[in-house]
Write a protein that binds this ligand. Structure first.
Ligand code: ZN
Ligand code: ZN
Length: 285
């Protein structure tokens, strides 16, 4: 095995092991949150009003999670990031110290990450010399268990409403993956923040709303594999896509998203924009 292939293999093994630990921790955090959070309070949100205005259900003022619960999740996630970090040890120590000295508010950063307040991260990154990509990814991992539980709570209720936007109806984030079924003629987008799926038009770019068929490029890395890249030449973004007719019936989209990192590198190689959060892995090892 050449040196480069050995390094690549090692990177993938670590990447998968890291995610396995994050998944296991998320499950534990979700079990804990179910027991303590007042989910019935979410019934007070007027879903019809939000959806009719084509706005996502959650926003900063209706989150039912407190600082304490988010700090506990941070305390579970942070050691995993630390364990797998080789190049960011000093930044992580600074972040740990900031947290110990209560210089940062976990809840504020979770809100900033979920609702796309990039300014907040640039300020902290600059002030305390901790990379913004590292901060954003950590706070996404901290937010996910709560967001997934909210998504579970709302999914059934959502099915009676019409949602046609290219962003998640629960948390408002852009899709990270899609699944298509040519027999049923459906395309569902998937949000990695809260694990929500929603139906969206086929062959339309969810990033720039481009409808021109000539700008959508489908890249199949290999025959009979269910995974492909649907890329847009207009905005240079892409969505990794699972073909349900070829995929194993029991495929899990969260796992598929992690396992298909090679598609992200292929998309980058083809000139498309690698989503910012992947830089986190490249900076980590
Ligand atoms: Zn979402
Ligand atoms: Zn586009």
């Amino acid at each position: 095995m050449t040196e480069q292939r050995f390094k690549t293999r090692r990177f993938y093994d670590m990447y998968l092991e890291f995610h396995e630990k994050i998944f296991e921790t998320h499950v534990k955090c979700m079990q804990r949150l179910i027991a303590v959070l007042p989910f019935q309070q979410l019934n007070q949100i007027d879903i019809a009003e939000r959806i009719n205005q084509q706005k996502p259900i959650l926003h900063a003022s209706n989150l039912i999670i407190g600082d304490k619960e988010l700090e506990d999740i941070f305390d579970d996630i942070f050691p995993i990031v630390k364990e797998f970090s080789y190049r960011q040890k000093e930044s992580l120590l600074r972040l740990e110290e900031l947290n110990d000295r209560r210089k940062i508010s976990i809840k504020e950063l979770v809100i900033a990450q979920v609702f796309g307040d990039k300014q907040k991260f640039s300020e902290i990154a600059e002030k305390y010399d901790v990379p913004a990509t590292l901060l954003q990814r950590i706070f996404e991992f901290v937010a996910s268990p709560f967001l997934e539980l909210c998504a579970e709570f709302f999914t059934k209720k959502l099915s009676s409403y019409d949602w046609t936007q290219p962003f998640c109806p629960i948390c408002g984030n852009k899709p990270s993956m899609a699944r298509v079924n040519d027999q049923a003629n459906t395309r569902f987008l998937w949000c990695r923040f809260c694990d929500t799926n929603w139906q969206f038009q086929d062959m339309v770019c969810p990033f720039c709303d481009c409808h021109d068929l000539k700008t959508i490029k489908i890249i199949f890395p290999s025959d009979r594999k269910p995974f492909r890249i649907d890329a847009c030449d207009s905005c240079k973004n892409y969505v990794k896509t699972v073909d349900e007719l070829i995929a194993d019936k029991k495929f899990n989209i969260t796992v598929s998203y992690v396992e298909t990192l090679y598609l992200d590198f292929l998309a980058k190689h083809c000139g498309y924009q690698l989503p910012n959060h992947f830089k986190f892995y490249l900076e980590l090892v």
